[in-house]
Design a protein around this ligand. Structure first.
Ligand code: ATP
Length: 241
């Protein structure tokens, strides 16, 4: 059974249909990258999966259970955690306090502050620092750590590299590969195609709210994904929609 699935999911911002009838699923332990140009609907899709934005039509299921009508908090308790674009930290709280907030969903699991520090060792010396005083990379690590502390079955990551220097992005992704190897189910939105394709098992390319290309990251060529990204469809390009 898939860990998370969406069936004919549409999401609106007023009159604008930002996500248009998307159907896809992710298996347990899989990493799925959502790529696409600015405004393609990736953030809106991720927010709808997390319950931060309502679905206009369609169905979202976690482990086969319909969660479409549930709030963000209810979904966190069921096992969906979102790391939003821009990190959204409680900047007057310390790193440790932010991490403990993530544990408030009280889901059973192995995540602890010690384990977050194993993945992000740079946070060790920062536990008692207010997150507002941290570097962008440390804030991103705290935001991911906070989500992990809820012991999610599915982790949704929105543009973790946004606003970070290339060196820091490398470090965040090194840590993420540890997570990926540990079997965490991840859907990530990433602008950097090369990076997305190097960490993901599968890639979905979105264009104007629709999935226009879906396939295994190993089997799709960079050219196929770039073409789908810009709306230039070719024959034989993965599983085109
Ligand atoms: P980006 O990479 O720029 O974040 P994206 O693929 O994540 O792009 P979305 O942010 O989901 O795309 O935006 C999809 C569409 O919805 C765009 O046309 C955008 O202008 C619109 N949109 C997004 N958020 C809102 C909002 N709060 N109100 C109105 N329209 C919105």
């Amino acid at each position: 059974m898939s860990a998370l699935s969406a069936e004919n999911l549409s999401v609106r911002h007023g009159l604008l249909e930002a996500v248009r009838g998307m159907t896809f699923s992710i298996s347990k332990g899989e990493t799925l990258a959502l790529v696409g140009a600015n405004g393609a609907g990736k953030t809106t899709l991720l927010r709808a999966l997390a319950g931060a934005h309502p679905a206009a039509t369609g169905r979202i299921a976690l482990d086969g259970q319909d969660v479409t009508g549930l709030s963000v908090h209810q979904r966190v308790r069921r096992g969906i955690a979102l790391v939003p674009e821009g990190r959204r930290m409680f900047t007057s709280m310390t790193v440790a306090e932010n991490l403990k907030l993530g544990a408030m969903a009280a889901r059973p699991g192995d995540w602890s502050i010690d384990r977050v520090i194993e993945i992000f060792p740079n946070l060790k010396k920062r536990l008692d620092h207010k997150t507002g005083h941290l570097s962008g990379g440390e804030q991103q690590a705290t935001a991911i750590g906070r989500a992990l502390m809820s012991n999610p079955d599915v982790l949704l990551l929105d543009e973790v590299s946004l606003g970070l220097s290339p060196l820091v992005v490398d470090r965040v992704y090194e840590s993420l590969s540890g997570l990926i190897r540990s079997g965490t189910t991840i859907i990530l939105v990433e602008q950097d195609l090369a990076r997305a394709m190097s960490v993901a098992d599968r890639v979905i390319c979105m264009l104007e709210g629709r999935a226009v290309l879906e396939g295994s990251a190993k089997e799709l060529s960079r050219e196929q994904v770039t073409d789908a990204y810009f709306g230039l469809h070719r024959a034989n390009s993965g599983k085109a929609h």
